[in-house]
Write a protein that binds this ligand. Structure first.
Ligand code: ATP
Length: 260
């Protein structure tokens, strides 16, 4: 087995994510206040909350793209900057233009940090091929990225996040443009990856992801973490500030953790 597929979870090690007393606002307007959050290594976490509640801001703090105005952020016991190489990130909307003339392999290689396009080493190519294998796209490596279906494209972007061999994988609304079958296959893939890395996924579709995730992080200026089984309809309406109809698909694994 290749190094890249080793279990990267150390249950006795530091927390995958730890925020202590974190506050952040834009232009003096508070977005997150006094956030305390601990995510264990090996967890699979959904981040939910109303529009504008601060989910993407929370991810940016975790990634070190913005710094807290108060408090501290630690990933795997280190600062976000120190831990950067151990974090894979799939942004909300990919900055890769659909029409950009690049192969699937080329797009995945772009996730190999610290290398310039055209200067890839054999090890980079090997890591990219392995990442494509892990997401079931090995056969499509030489195809233009623009020729993939929506679901295949999401997988290619996960491969790009995996190619740096992360211990923590962060995904911001990864399935917003795919159908239910592709979404199901996508979360099955994340479940497999979760056997060896911590996963945090921002979503608006808690009804769909609840059979997959172990904890739900609710973000609405404050941040609370609940075991998925504790997330009832009442908790959901508290998070969203009123009654909501959660999207709920017919799903073979729908454990019925809450009622919309
Ligand atoms: N760069 C920015 N400058 C100023 N305000 C911002 C900036 N980015 C976000 N905001 C504001 O901060 C608040 C939180 O935004 P954020 O994107 O974190 O919310 P979100 O929970 O991810 O929302 P959504 O579900 O709509 O994606 C919003 O009111 C937003 O308008």
């Amino acid at each position: 087995m290749n190094d890249q597929s080793h279990n990267q979870i150390d249950p006795h090690g530091p927390k995958a994510i730890e925020l202590a007393g974190v506050s952040f606002g834009y232009g003096g307007r508070p977005v997150l206040e006094e956030v305390n959050l601990a995510v264990e290594q090996g967890d699979f976490v959904a981040v939910v909350g109303p529009n504008g509640g601060g989910k993407t801001t929370l991810l940016k703090l975790i990634l070190g793209l913005i710094a807290p105005q108060r408090g501290s952020v630690r990933l795997l016991g280190r600062s976000p900057r120190q831990a950067r190489a151990q974090v894979g990130y799939m942004p909300q909307q990919s900055s890769l233009d659909r029409a950009f003339p690049i192969t699937v392999l080329g797009a995945v290689l772009m996730g190999r940090l610290g290398n310039r396009p055209g200067f890839w080493r054999g090890a980079d190519r090997q890591a990219a091929h392995l990442a494509l294998e892990q997401v079931g796209l090995a056969a499509l490596a030489q195809r233009p990225l623009a020729a993939l279906s929506g679901g295949q494209r999401q997988r290619a972007l996960v491969a790009r996040a995996l190619v740096g061999e992360p211990r923590l994988l962060l995904l911001d609304e990864p399935t917003s443009n795919v159908d239910v079958q592709a979404e199901e296959e996508f979360y099955d893939l994340l479940l497999r990856l979760n056997q060896r890395m911590t996963i945090v996924v921002v979503t608006h579709d808690l009804g769909f992801v609840s059979p997959y995730v172990r904890h739900v992080v609710c973000v609405n200026r404050q941040v609370l973490i609940h075991p998925t089984s504790d997330v009832t309809g009442e908790v959901i309406s508290q998070i969203y500030g009123g009654p909501v109809n959660m999207v709920r698909h017919d799903h073979k694994k729908n454990g019925g953790c809450f009622h919309g």
